[in-house]
Design a protein around this ligand. Sequence first.
Ligand code: SF4
Ligand code: SF4
Length: 552
Amino acid sequence: MSMFCFQCQEAAKGTGCTVKGVCGKTDDVANLQDLLVYVLKGISFYSTKAREKGIEDAEVNLFILEGLFTTITNANFDRKAIIEKIRKGLEIRTKIATTLCNEGCDCDKTTLPDVAIWTASTDEEFEIKALTVGVLTTENEDIRSLRELLIYGMKGMAAYAEHAYNLGFEDAAVNAFLQRGLVSTLNNNLGADELVALVLECGQYGVQVMALLDKANTTSYGNPEITKVNLGVGTNPGILISGHDLKDMEELLEQTQGTGVDVYTHSEMLPAHYYPKFKQYSHFVGNYGSSWWHQREDFQSFNGPVLFTTNCIVPPLASATYTDRIYTTGAAGLTGAKHIPARENGGKKDFSAIIAHAKQTAVPTEIETGEIIGGFAHNQVLALADKVVEAVKSGAIRKFFVMAGCDGRMKDRNYYTEFAEKLPKDTVILTAGCAKYRYNKLPLGDINGIPRVLDAGQCNDSYSLAVIALKLKEVFELNDINDLPIAYNIAWYEQKAVIVLLALLYLGVKKIHLGPTLPAFLSPNVAKVLVENFGIAGITSVDEDMKIFLEN
Ligand code: SF4
Ligand code: SF4
């Protein structure tokens, strides 16, 4: 075994990747990402103590967000970038430790844990250290499972918090929880009960951070509104933007305006089209291709450069001819791709290189035509509340199915397409995230003008689905959110889906079905806790599950 990672749904053999990631992560990058998380724990060791003394360090807070985000599945495959972050992290750890010491800390310098004092400087030393700090260093499988569940939830939280930060929105309590949570995973005195409590607390902060991001997005760009998004292509060369970061979207649109270069979204950036502020740009042409794992074909035929603002990246094959057209920015990274640096001193990112590149490329090859409809975030759905409530009361809508989450390349995800197709015509799908690509181009029709697939947006916008559920609970005067005619059949892939799940659990949602497989990082005992307390279940066959959902 040269690495061990089991943080996503595609973990090899349903247990963990041990030689190379199914995602394409090499063993050295996987191990260095483990070390980066270890560095974040070391920084948090000091910053948590510093916070108790009233010291808040903005650089620490941002570094923790970016560091956790960098280690999310499919975000960063660039060994050099991870090493730079480890080096920077050690500097930041020294800085916050010194600040704390100068304030008169009460640490016993003779008993400081390894995470607070280890040091190294060469790449080779980092590689050796990395082999000693991975997931498997926690021997008890239940404790390991809970620690990792907490860390993966916090990775998702960090991603959402970083997007909000980019728009000028921060929540000190979220930063404090992330750092406290990281330190907690080092504490051998915390048993399963305490860790379960922390995991549930993580869900609480998950709701808080999603609300923050929702506020950041809607304050900056307006409330998403019903929108038909073009699937065809225009006549200019284009830039394809993927990932989730709306600040990057805004600056790319500004800087491409009037240049003769069009902008298209790919995969999770599709919901950018729903925002009023972005609709003003006539060169924001449409959405190209499908969900993240179709990149290799989609990027080939797009012809122009591609900008990754976040995950999910599929590393190109060695034979790919589009690799030199890939640009990354923010937490995203890929060896061989050009990285667009962060904003400096409140300035903007400089997208001139990718724009110049686009001008030299051919117009995208059209691979489909038509439109898809979306923009059903909470504000828009609540504007239609009377219509929706009437449809439920009259029986025109029998049930809502939350089918949010992620898409993935495994064949068993065809389940979700088949499930959507077989749903009775008096049911409506509520979705967010790239799971929608399994059914958003199917002719599923509408119910009294309400489309049968209501797309709230990115996985980040799953918060909208919770707001809608809570509003319906209020309208129907119910005491329990589980009494609503809503079933949850969620597809997960990476760690943002983990925080969405924990947030739903915090809101009291029960009987969530999670697929296509349950997480490899849940030990049998931890899975049992989730089943017994929350009624979480996996998926079986479409017909069997449909029966269960419709009978309950
Ligand atoms: S992120 Fe997923 S696919 Fe990649 S190494 Fe980890 S478990 Fe394997
Ligand atoms: S929903 Fe999940 S899998 Fe899909 S692009 Fe977003 S992060 Fe990746």
